[in-house]
Design a protein around this ligand. Sequence first.
Ligand code: AHM
Ligand code: MG
Length: 335
Amino acid sequence: MASRTISLTRYLVEQQRIDGLIPGQLRLLLEVVARACKRISQAVNKGAVGDILGAAGSENVQGEMQKKLDIIANEVLIEANEWGGHLAAMASEEMEGIYVVPNRYPQGEYLLLFDPLDGSSNIDVNVSIGTIFSVLKKPEGHPGVTEEDFLQPGSRQVAAGYCVYGPQTTLVLTVGDGVAEFTLDREQGSFILVQENMRIPEDTREFAINMSNMRHWAPPVKRYIDECLAGKDGPRGKDFNMRWIASMVADVHRIITRGGIFMYPWDKREPEKPGKLRLMYEANPMGWLIEQAGGAATNGMQRILDIQPTKLHERVSVILGSKNEVERVTSYHRQ
Ligand code: AHM
Ligand code: MG
């Protein structure tokens, strides 16, 4: 627990002063995203009373059924961010193309990407869900903004974070200088710093994977999980526990808090797809947060943050969390 009460606003102002990591426009951007997350959190809290549960009756670009809350969260993020002058454009898991800031507003230098409501299948059952976001700089040298401007590897992110709507609403953030955690104090209406420099233990006894897909996995993933399941008498010499929330945001939050490994690997169900999760809205921001907290993130073969995206909605295989475990699974893939 922080000894003084430090709001997100104060934290960002002080960071800007200390190391210049947060220029004015980026600070505004992060404040606006946090404000949007507060609004989404309010909607989530109301549940059925606010008429936000259930299907919207439409499909997104990935062919997934949209929930009402997917659409509400997407709109909240766009409305909050379009007028401030800090953004050139946005991209969302729920929109086919990029959303260029309308001409009536000033254009900023940043690009914002988000998964407005991660863990959609948990909305109606009152289990933790969240918002994931990633910030890039618009490449210089040409007027306007195009989809290609977004196709930058995760290593070029200038900020990334997520907000979990669970028993508490918690915002976790990096600007490349470690990971800080803020909890929403509803009475004050502000995010309060609760932890700086979050660190993921290098070793773990806890894994997160959807075990129902076991028969579809590639041999390296099967080998790793088999070895975990063999427990104390197996090659790992220790017992493992399993957790799977089916909201990446909540699984990653647990891992950043107490360690563990999360995997959504390629599998044989849809062999032409590299994985289920999205590189730009999920894997890159989470990968960077995990690295900033001392963990690792790969697709089995290479560092997630080094992948050069070829399209906005690109999918990827994801292995992230405690460093030694991620390195082990990655080495099984390379053998
Ligand atoms: P979403 O962005 O449409 O909610 O999908 C992503 C979610 C992740 O949060 C989670 O890890 C995964 O899908 C769960 O998938 P599954 O239902 O196959 O276990
Ligand atoms: Mg998602």
